[in-house]
Design a protein around this ligand. Structure first.
Ligand code: IMO
Ligand code: MG
Length: 423
């Protein structure tokens, strides 16, 4: 296999970072193709825990080349901080390069994110406030600054000009005080100087690597249901986490791709606002949150929890073309005597197995559950598929049959080694 993508099948936080780290041992390049520092990928390596926000999880391994490709948005200040944190913790072992085409997230984008959210009041999306939406908006409005611009001598002036234009919007439209562009630049400049040498033509690097049959791992951020077009719009992120995003965001094409691994939790979580048909706003949801440690890596917010939604998982599988599934956090369900999984939705009295992600339909959707028997056994120590409890095997088989994709990995703990890898 030369090119593999790891894609979130749900609303993010599926455990993509852990799997990327596990698989990066057999890869030369680990790249990010979309999103920015809104991602929070936690990796437990021995007694150390690393948290990657923008840096591809692969750079924790010696010899691995990390790439932030064209479709990513890069916040220079937060990236410089993240690299410093990883270096101090002894986790920065691979190298990192940044596409000259990657758009920059600058301080005014963070402000704009916050002002937008405030202005929406009760209709706020619950973004990570990392300026992701405003940075992508500037990209599509064709006024964004890109990583390659950091190499130009007039970059500081251009950034300040952009900040002045944002001030007009902030004061006129949002009634906010103006921010000083010079002070902004003072904050950004050291990071720009530090990162400028990392700017590269990542497309050329990727194409050369593919020609030379190097092994590439694409690390998705967020998840399919947060995709700007295929997610629960407007409660989505501003990029394409789906496998198509790995093509447009890197220069890899569909012929190059050998496998697309969908990562799904054995239940479901969501952070921020938006519809969630199988949500459990009760003590069972609290139990999943406690056992699963469902608190955000980036913002510390508690995650909303609910049961596995199979129509949505099949939707993800079809959109992404999953060749296999990785089922994570299975150990969180170890003690349950019964595990409900959603097998259909009822919308206005009509039963459907193909989910309608239109917001009005979703708000009406009532999950139809099938209750599967729990395995009631500790799975934490398991490493082989064959010796898993029979009821867990049955549970996995049920998911495979419904979704039409084989489950090849089962995660039974946060440590990288706590993974059951099947044939
Ligand atoms: P990883 O990579 C879970 C959610 C936010 C919000 C919506 C829009 O760790 O899986 P944004 O800041 O992107 O404009 O916020 O998307 N969100 C995530 N939820 N995991 C993530 O990343 C997320 N990144 C963004 O909570 O609902
Ligand atoms: Mg996360």
């Amino acid at each position: 296999m030369t090119v593999t993508a790891i894609i979130g099948a749900q609303w993010g936080d599926e455990g993509k970072g852990k799997l990327t780290h596990l698989l990066s041992a057999d890869h030369d390049i680990v790249l990010r193709y979309q999103g920015g520092a809104n991602a929070g990928h936690t990796i437990k390596d021995g007694d150390k825990t690393y948290r990657c926000r923008l840096v591809p999880s692969g750079v924790l391994r010696e010899g691995v080349r990390g790439l932030l490709c064209d479709g990513v948005v890069v916040n220079p200040v937060s990236l410089a901080e993240e690299l410093a944190e990883l270096r101090t913790a002894g986790g920065l072992r691979g190298s990192l390069q940044i596409s000259r085409h990657a758009h920059l997230v600058l301080p005014y984008h963070g402000l704009q994110d916050a002002f937008f959210e405030q202005a929406k009041g009760g209709g706020a999306l619950g973004t990570t406030l990392r300026g992701i939406g405003p940075a992508y908006a500037d990209k599509y409005f064709r006024v964004g600054l890109r990583a390659g611009d950091m190499l130009r001598p007039d970059f500081g002036e251009r950034m300040k000009q952009a900040a002045r234009r944002k001030n007009v919007l902030f004061s006129g439209y949002y009634g906010q005080a103006e921010e000083d562009p010079d002070a902004m630049w003072e904050k950004v400049q050291p990071a720009v100087e530090q990162l400028a040498p990392l700017v590269a033509d990542t497309l050329a690097l990727v194409r050369t690597a593919i020609r030379q049959r190097e092994r590439i791992l694409c690390e998705g951020a967020q998840g399919t249901l947060l995709d700007i077009d295929y997610g629960t719009y407007p409660y989505v992120t501003s990029s394409h986490p789906v496998s198509g995003g790995a093509f447009t965001g890197t220069g890899i094409n569909w012929r190059d791709m050998n496998s697309v691994i969908g990562v799904a939790k054995a239940y479901c979580t969501r952070v921020g606002a938006g519809p969630f048909p199988t949500e459990l706003p009760d003590e069972i949801g609290d139990m999943l949150r406690e056992r699963g440690g469902e608190f955000g890596t980036v913002t510390g917010r508690s995650r909303r929890c609910g049961w596995l939604d199979l129509p949505l998982l099949r939707y993800s599988a079809e959109l992404n073309g999953f060749t296999e599934l990785a089922l994570t956090k299975v150990d969180v369900l170890d003690e349950l005597d019964e595990i409900p999984v959603c097998v259909a939705w009822e919308i206005n009295g009509q039963k459907t197995e193909w989910p309608d992600l239109d917001i009005e339909a979703l708000e009406q959707a009532r999950p139809v559950y099938k209750r599967l028997p729990g395995w009631q056994a500790n799975t934490c120590g398991h490493r082989g598929m064959a010796d898993l409890p029979q009821r867990l095997k049955d549970y996995v088989r049920f998911i495979e049959d419904f979704v039409g994709v084989p489950v090849r990995m089962i995660s039974v703990g946060a440590e990288t080694g706590a993974t059951v890898v099947g044939a």
